[in-house]
Design a protein around this ligand. Structure first.
Ligand code: ADP
Ligand code: MG
Length: 714
C-alpha cells in the first residue's frame, strides 16, 4: 500500500493494525488517537500532503499547541516511508527537553517503543537504534554535528526544522547549510516549521529562483480570546510579585491552571517552595480551609530529570472533600513553555516579562547569560498559552507603557548575540571558506567573526590563512567549546589526561554543588572540607574522586551537599568524551598515582587547563583592588562560590558572570611563567600595550628565562 493520501492515513490509523510494525494497536493508543484528532493540524492533513508532495522545500506555520511538532513528522513518515527505505526523518528542536519529551509522546502516539522506531538524540545522549529508528527528534546542534561528519546528511530523507522563530545559532547555520544541500540532493525534503514567523523572509530565502517564493501553509490554531492585564507600576521584585499573583488567582478566580514564567532553575525552585508554603499556611486556617482548593506547584526547566518533567502533563489535584473547592495546577517554567512544550488546561498566565538571554560583547570577548526584558513577540506568545482550552487571562507584571514603548518587537537572533568560536570551527570543518559572504539569513557582526577567528588561531585550530589545521580537525570532533577540546587533546603531555577528562566532564554537566537556601552554611562547610589549595578546578576533581570512592554509600553525595544526579550525568559525559579521545588516539594517562607526587599532579593539571584557557586569565591589581582580565583589562572579582584563597596574583577562569559586579567563576591560580611557556604566541609580551600587565609579564618572562641557568648551576 502506498499511503500518501490523508484518507488512507486516517483509515490505517483507525484500522487497528499499526502501519509501521504490523502489531495490533493498544488501548492506550486508541485513547490518545481520539485526542490527536482534535488538533488543528489533523484537520489540515490533506492540505499538508498536497503541499508536501508537490515541493522540495515548504514552510508550515501554525499556532503553538496546534500539533506541529507531534503530528507533522508522523504525517511525513506515512508519505515518505523512511522505514521501508532505511532512511530517517529528522525533526530538530532548539531545546533538549523538547526533543526528549516530544519523542516520548510521539512514540506513544505511534504505539512503538521509544528508542526503537522513534528516538531522540541530544548532546551526550543518543536514544536511537541503528537500522530501526526512522523518526528522530534531535536538537539542532546535534544535526549540525552530524553534518560535519556527513555533509550530505545521506541518512535523512526529510529534515524538519522546527521552532525556527526561535532563531537559535544552530538553526540559523543549519538553514544556510540545507539551502546549499537541497541543490545537491534532489531527493532531500525540507520543512521549515514555526509558531510565528516573518514567513516571507524565509519563503524568499529558501527559494532557488530569483523572485519566487517557496510554498507556505498557514494553519490557524483554535485559540480563545485572552484578556491581558497590566500592573500600574513596574515591579522591583518580580518573583515576589509573581507569587502574589498566583495566590490571588487561586483564591479569587474560577478553576483553570496557571502558568508562571520565570528565568532559571534556582528562581523557579524557590518560587515553587514559597507558593506551596503559602498555600499550606492558608489552608491551615480553619476559616479559609473550606474555601481554598488544593494546589500543586510544578517546576519546568531544562535540567529537570525526565520523570519530573512528565508531571506537568498530570491532571490537577482532586478536591479535598466531595463537592469542595476544585484543585489547581501551577507550573513555574522558563521560556520552554513559551512555544516548545504545550501544556493543556492553562487558563491563567503570569508574565513578569523577563527571560535569561545570551549576550556577547566582542569588544571584551565576554558572553554571558543575563536576565533581560523579553520582546513583544515573546509576551504575545506567553499570553497565548492562556487561551488554549477556553478564554483565559494573562497578567503582565509591568505597566502597559513598558510593553508598547520599551519592549523590542522581536528577540534578536542568537547569531547576533553569541560568541561564535564553536560555530566558526564547525563551519571550517564543513569546508566553508569565506565566513563573511556565507549565505546567513542574518549575518553576524564582522567583529564577532574576527574574535572567533582570533580565538581559533591562538588555540591552533586555524593557521595564518585561517584554514583548519590537523589539530583543529580533531578539536572539531568534540561536542565542546574549542577551548575544552584543545585542553583534552593537550592533556596527555602533562601526564594527567585522566584527571583533565574528569574536570572537563564536570564542567560540561550541570553544577554539582548544592546550596539549599536554609542550609547555606552547612553546604559551604561541606565544600570547604573537599577543597584543594590551588583553586576550584582541583576541588571539583577531588569532589568527583571522593564520590567515586564512596559510590557504595547511597547517602554520600547528599551528606556532602553534592548533586548525585549531576555527578551521574558528569560520569556519563565523561564516558562519552573518553570514547572520542580513544577514537582519536589521545591516551588517557594518570602518571602521578602517588601521594608524594600530588603537588606535581596539581601543578600539571593547572598547566594543562591553561592550554585551553590562556585567554581567560586575570591579574590582581593592587590599586584597583580587582582582578583585571588580560588584554581587555576588565575589572572583575572572584565569584563568592570560589574557594580560592589568598588572592593569587594570576588566575585562570572558566566563566565570566555579568551582574552588577562582574564576577569570574570556577577559578584556579596560575603562575605567570606558565602563560609564557604554554601559550607563547598569545603572550608575546613585546606586542602588548604598555601598562602594569605588560610589566608583570615581562618580570615573569625574565624569571622564566633565568630558570634553566639556575638549575644548570646546581
Ligand atoms: P505545537 O508543536 O504545534 O506547538 P505540539 O505538537 O507540541 O504542538 O502539541 C500538540 C498537543 O499534543 C498539545 O496540545 C498537547 O495536548 C499534546 N501533547 C504534546 N506532548 C504531550 C505529552 N508529553 N503528554 C501529553 N500530551 C502532550
Ligand atoms: Mg512545537
Amino acid at each position: 500500500m502506498n499511503v500518501t493520501d490523508a484518507q488512507d492515513v486516517r483509515l490505517s490509523l483507525d484500522g487497528g493494525i499499526n502501519y509501521f510494525n504490523g502489531r495490533p494497536y493498544s488501548e492506550r493508543f486508541k485513547k490518545i488517537l481520539a485526542k490527536r484528532k482534535e488538533l488543528a493540524v489533523y484537520d489540515r492533513m490533506a492540505a499538508f500532503f498536497e503541499m508536501y508532495d508537490r515541493t522540495q522545500v515548504c514552510l508550515y506555520v501554525g499556532e503553538t499547541g496546534s500539533g506541529k511538532t507531534t503530528q507533522i513528522p508522523q504525517f511525513v513518515c506515512y508519505s515518505d516511508q523512511p522505514h521501508l527505505k532505511g532512511m530517517i526523518v529528522a525533526c530538530t528542536q532548539p531545546r533538549r527537553i523538547a526533543a526528549t519529551s516530544v519523542a516520548k509522546r510521539v512514540a506513544e502516539e505511534m504505539d512503538v517503543t521509544l528508542g526503537k522506531e522513534v528516538g531522540y538524540s541530544i548532546r551526550f545522549e543518543d536514544m536511537t537504534t541503528p537500522d530501526c529508528t526512522f523518526l528522530k527528534y534531535m536538537t539542532d546542534g546535534m544535526l549540525l554535528r552530524e553534518a560535519m561528519a556527513d555533509p550530505t546528511l545521506s541518512r535523512y530523507s526529510t529534515i524538519i526544522l522546527d521552532e525556527v522563530h526561535e532563531r537559535t545559532l544552530a538553526t540559523d547555520i543549519l538553514m544556510a547549510l540545507l539551502k546549499q544541500l537541497i541543490k545537491k540532493r534532489a531527493d532531500l525534503r525540507l520543512i521549515i516549521m514555526s509558531a510565528t514567523l516573518d514567513a516571507r523572509k524565509f519563503q524568499t530565502y529558501f527559494s532557488l529562483e530569483e523572485g519566487a517564493l517557496v510554498p507556505l501553509l498557514k494553519v490557524p490554531g483554535r485559540t480563545h480570546p485572552v484578556e491581558v492585564f497590566y500592573t500600574e507600576e513596574a515591579q522591583e521584585h518580580y518573583v515576589e510579585a509573581a507569587i502574589r499573583a498566583v495566590l490571588t488567582i487561586h483564591r479569587f478566580e474560577i478553576p483553570g491552571d496557571i502558568l508562571v514564567f520565570l528565568t532559571g532553575e534556582e528562581e523557579i525552585e524557590d518560587a515553587c517552595k514559597k507558593i506551596q508554603q503559602e498555600i499550606e499556611f492558608l489552608i491551615s486556617h480553619k476559616e479559609m480551609a473550606s474555601s481554598i482548593g488544593p494546589l500543586i506547584c510544578l517546576p519546568l526547566y531544562s535540567s529537570l530529570p525526565p520523570q519530573q518533567q512528565q508531571r506537568i502533563f498530570d491532571a490537577p489535584p482532586a478536591p479535598r472533600t466531595h463537592g469542595g473547592p476544585p484543585g489547581r495546577k501551577v507550573i513555574v517554567a522558563t521560556n520552554i513553555a513559551e512555544t516548545s512544550l504545550t501544556i493543556d488546561g492553562i487558563v491563567y498566565v503570569v508574565d513578569p516579562g523577563f527571560s535569561k538571554q545570551k549576550v556577547y560583547n566582542p569588544r571584551i570577548r565576554v558572553e554571558s547569560l543575563i536576565v533581560t526584558p523579553i520582546s513583544q513577540a515573546s509576551a504575545r506568545q506567553r499570553a497565548g498559552r492562556a487561551g488554549r482550552t477556553r478564554p483565559g487571562k494573562c497578567f503582565r507584571l509591568y505597566p502597559e507603557q513598558v510593553f508598547t514603548k520599551e519592549l523590542e518587537s522581536q528577540t534578536p537572533p542568537e547569531i547576533l548575540r553569541s560568541n561564535l568560536g564553536s560555530t566558526v570551527l564547525e563551519l571550517a570543518k564543513l569546508g566553508i571558506k569565506d565566513l563573511v559572504t556565507f549565505d546567513y539569513i542574518d549575518s553576524p557582526a564582522p567583529e564577532t567573526l574576527m574574535r572567533a577567528l582570533e580565538l581559533l588561531y591562538h588555540l591552533g585550530a586555524l593557521d595564518t590563512k585561517f584554514t583548519l589545521t590537523p589539530l583543529g580537525t580533531v578539536m572539531a570532533q568534540f561536542p565542546l567549546d574549542p577551548q575544552y577540546a584543545k585542553l583534552l587533546i593537550e592533556s596527555p603531555k602533562f601526564g594527567c589526561s585522566r584527571e583533565v577528562l574528569t574536570i572537563v566532564a564536570l564542567l560540561s554537566a550541570p553544577n554539582v554543588w548544592m546550596r539549599p537556601i536554609h542550609k547555606q552554611r552547612e553546604a559551604d562547610q561541606a565544600k570547604w572540607l573537599l577543597s584543594i589549595p590551588g583553586g576550584d578546578h582541583l576541588t571539583l576533581l577531588n569532589a568527583y574522586n571522593q564520590y567515586r570512592l564512596n559510590i557504595r554509600d547511597p547517602q554520600w553525595a547528599w551528606k556532602n551537599y553534592l548533586s548525585k544526579r549531576n555527578l551521574a550525568q558528569a560520569d556519563n559525559i565523561r564516558a562519552q568524551l573518553q570514547r572520542i579521545m580513544e577514537r582519536n588516539d589521545i591516551p588517557i594517562l594518570s602518571n602521578f598515582p602517588d601521594p608524594k607526587t600530588e603537588a606535581q599532579l596539581h601543578e600539571n593539571i593547572r598547566k594543562a587547563l591553561l592550554t585551553g584557557f590562556f585567554m581567560q586569565v586575570a591579574h590582581w591589581d593592587i590599586e584597583k583592588r580587582a582582578y583585571l582580565t588580560v588584554k581587555d583589562g576588565q575589572a572583575v572579582q572572584l565569584h563568592p562560590s570560589s574557594d580560592l584563597e589568598g588572592k593569587p596574583d594570576w588566575v585562570m577562569f572558566n566563566e565570566f558572570v555579568l551582574t552588577t559586579t562582574p564576577y569570574i567563576r570556577t577559578v584556579s591560580a596560575v603562575e605567570p611563567g606558565w602563560l609564557l611557556t604554554e601559550a607563547p604566541r598569545f603572550y608575546d609580551v613585546s606586542s602588548w600595550p604598555e601598562g602594569t600587565m605588560r610589566d608583570a609579564l615581562q618580570r615573569a618572562s625574565k624569571r622564566v628565562n633565568r630558570k634553566p641557568k639556575r638549575s644548570a648551576a646546581t
